[in-house]
Every structure is written in structure tokens, then in C-alpha cells.
Design a protein around this ligand. Sequence first.
Ligand code: GTP
Ligand code: NAG
Ligand code: MG
Length: 462
Amino acid sequence: MINALSVKVSKTVLLIVGLVNVLILIPLLLLYKHEDAKSLLYSSTAFKKLGQHLDPLMYTSETYRQWGWHLEPANVKFRFTNPMGKSGSPEEVLENNKAVYEAELAKEVTEPKDIDLTDLRPPDKKHIDQYVRANATIIALVRNQEMTSIRRTIRRFEKSFNSKYRYPYTFINDEPFTQRFKDKMAQTTEAPLNFVVIPPELWDKPEFIDVTRESEAMNIMANHNIAYAKKASYHNMCRFYSGTFYNVPELKQFKYYWRIEPNVDFFTDVQYDVLKYMEKAKKVYGFTVNLYDIDETVATLWPETLNFLNQGDNYKYVNPNGAHQWLLENKQNPKKNSVAGGYSTCHFWSNFEIGDMDFFRSEAYSEWFKYLDSTGKFYYERWGDAPVHSIGLALFADKRDIHWFRDLGYEHDPYYNCPNNPKTSRCTAGKFSRWKHLDDQNCMANWFQLSMSSKDTSYFEE
Ligand SMILES: Nc1nc2c(ncn2[C@@H]2O[C@H](COP(=O)(O)OP(=O)(O)OP(=O)(O)O)[C@@H](O)[C@H]2O)c(=O)[nH]1
Ligand SMILES: *[C@@H]1O[C@H](CO)[C@@H](O)[C@H](O)[C@H]1NC(C)=O
Ligand SMILES: [Mg+2]
């Protein structure tokens, strides 16, 4: 039993130990250059004891306090700094963020203003064959039985954009496309078409996956009503788009891709070459919609990512100007953040994406993907390609190179990006979802406030 005296004694002892440590450690701090002193402090047990009584942040690097990242070997950490000072209940934060979203989407936009678009205007129809395109292809991973719904997409996409530029399509499938499918596509567009069968090693479930563990995990997720939890091909699809599509031999000749899906809609009559915009403005990635994920499907994606970053010298891959705070946000939906181990689950909705495949082919992204793949959790959980792309981009790319195509009206049921843009029709400006109750899935305000410059200079004059 601890009596009052021993509590008093131990408090005094702690105080003395603490004081001595401070007296010894502070001069030491002056002897070492800042970085070394910091790691010294960090590893000492004395610090750990002191840390319980003093603000531990005083002893960590300035970057951690100010920007929420700390990068050194085997000691990579992040924290949400809440730069907007959001407070109140999640419901209040949500209301506030909805207002931010509505105000942002109410602004009239036309097209990006950060680069000169003169050379990006649609060529004369007669000279379309001489038009110098960006190094890019439209990609559609699709099944033969989705012929009608992908045609619907292509008709809309051609009208909005591609009939003006004729970028080639690359249709991708884990099975051979039927002649009927190929003929139908040829009837739908005048653009060049390429039909590709995915090499099995880029699509199939890796052999090391423990099928018992996989089926147990699938059952649990299915019982929790997680869509496609038990669909093996869906897991393959997510893994393929996360980390192997850019290595399909027929895609290696290209740098940029614009991904399309069956049954999506495009509402804007685009008057500039969006793919050339990516190239000229040196963007790495473009998106239209931000939303939260089903937290359970990515429960350990962020913790595993931290494991990776803490191995060897992998810390060096982190871009100090990444969109970290957007990944870490925890005010609007703290429950998701907590289930996902510190990741908000907010992501770029990848059914629309325009990206630079060389980013995904980079050492940083591919080493990270290799690690993720080795955990087997594309199968033991249901990691989606959208959160995987999003975390990779937010960590390894400069946030200024990630572009919100706010001017492009887009829908993949049930979500929209619908700008207040004179060239946009058939959608309601500012509407996020077909269903009002899904408005809480919108995390776009976090992108505006945590990752986008306050004046989005790509659309508004400074
Ligand atoms: N070839 C092929 N394509 C697939 C397979 N599974 C999914 N896809 C494609 O991968 C993309 C994403 O799949 P979707 O079924 O649309 O998944 P989702 O967008 O999460 O779900 P939905 O809300 O149902 O659209 C689409 O372009 C599909 O056509 C598959 O097993 N084989
Ligand atoms: C297009 O990009 C790919 C990938 O970076 C590259 O290998 C290829 O040489 C490029 N093609 C042209 C014509 O520049
Ligand atoms: Mg889809």
C-alpha cells in the first residue's frame, strides 16, 4: 500500500530527478547541433519521464509543432494541427463545412488561369490529325458485359471533351474483349482504340494470400454490409488500380491517363485540352470529388503506411509540402478517423482521375505499394484504390501539383461535382449528392481549407 508520506517522497524525488535532468540536458542541447540534440533528448529515458509532466511538444521538432510532421529514420510521425481552429461537435463542424462547400461552389468559374490556354484550344476539325496531343491515353477497365454502360459514358465524354481532341482509348480487361465489344466501341468514337488483356501477374490475387484468413475477413465485412466485400474480383480490381495498372505493357508508352468508368456523366463543354493542361501546368494528379471512405475497409492502411515510413530510410520519401493535414483531419468525422487509425478516410474519388503515371512508377510510390501488397490487406481488408492513391499523393507529391478540376461537371452516381460554370448544364450547381442524407460524406471543405491556397490562383485572378 502507498501511504501519504511515500507519495510525498516520491513526488519530491521525481522533482529532483526532473530538475537534475533539465540541468544536465539543457547544456547538452547547446553542445550538439539542434538535430542531434533532438534525437538525444528523444531517446533518453529522462526525457520520457519529464515528458509526462511537461508539454512533450516542447521537445519535438519545430516542424511537428507547426506543421504536424516529423521526419527522421524510424521516427516518422504526423499530427493534425487543426490550422483552421475548428471546434465544436462533429455535427457543428459538418454544418460549418457544408457552408464552406456551398460558398466555394457558388463562385462562378470558367477555366484555369494559371497557364496560357491559347495552344490548348480545340483544333479545327479538318486538322485534328495534325494536332499535337499530350502524352496521354483515356483508360477504361471494363468487362464485356458493361458494353452498354461504358458506351453511355463514352458518348458523354466525347461530347464534353474528346471529340475535340481524339485522344486514344485503352480498354483494359482481365479477359479478352469480344469482337462485338470492339465493334461497338469503334461505332461510338472516331478516336484510336486499343484493347488490352491484363497480364495475369498484374491482376490475380498473389499466391501468398491465406485463403482462410481472406474468407473470414470477407465474411465479417459482408456481415457489416460492406459493398463488394465478398467479391473476389473487386479486391483484384482495387489492387490493380492501386499499384499495377501503370505497368501494363501497353500503358508504358504513356505518361498521363484519364480514367473513365461505366455510367458516369460529364456536364461541361470543355474548351481547352485538359490533358495538355496537366502537362503544361506540371500537375501530378487531377480530381473532381472528395469524400469519406468506409472506415472499416481501410482500418490499418494508415498504420501500415507509418510502418513502412519507419523502415530503413523510407522517411525520405515524404514530401514536406504534402497534403498531410487533409489526410489527418479529425473534426468532421472523428469516428472514421479513429477506426482508420488516424486517417480521416477522405480521398479523391478515383472513378474520375487524371494522373501522371510516372508519379505512380516512382520509387517512393512503388516501394510503398510493394510494402502494402506484402501485408495481404487488399484481401484481408478491402483497401480501395481511391484511398491508396490519395495517401500516396498526399505523402509523396507536393500538394500544389494536385489539381481540383472545379470547372468540370461530373457525376458517378450518387455524387457530383457541379460547378457554377456557364459551360456546364444538366446538373444543379453546388449539389453534392443525389441523396441529401449523403451530404455528410462530403469532405471537400477539408481540401479547400487544408490543401488549396486560399485564393485558388488557377481559376481566379490574384
Ligand atoms: N475487366 C474488369 N473490370 C472490372 C472488374 N471489376 C470492376 N471492373 C471495372 O473497374 C471499375 C470500378 O468498378 P465498379 O464496379 O464501377 O466499382 P465502384 O465504382 O466502386 O462501384 P459502383 O458504385 O458499382 O460503380 C469499373 O470501370 C468496372 O468496369 C472485373 O472483374 N473485370
Ligand atoms: C510518354 O511518356 C512515357 C512515360 O514517361 C515515355 O516513356 C515516352 O517516351 C513518352 N513518349 C513521348 C512521345 O514523349
Ligand atoms: Mg463505378
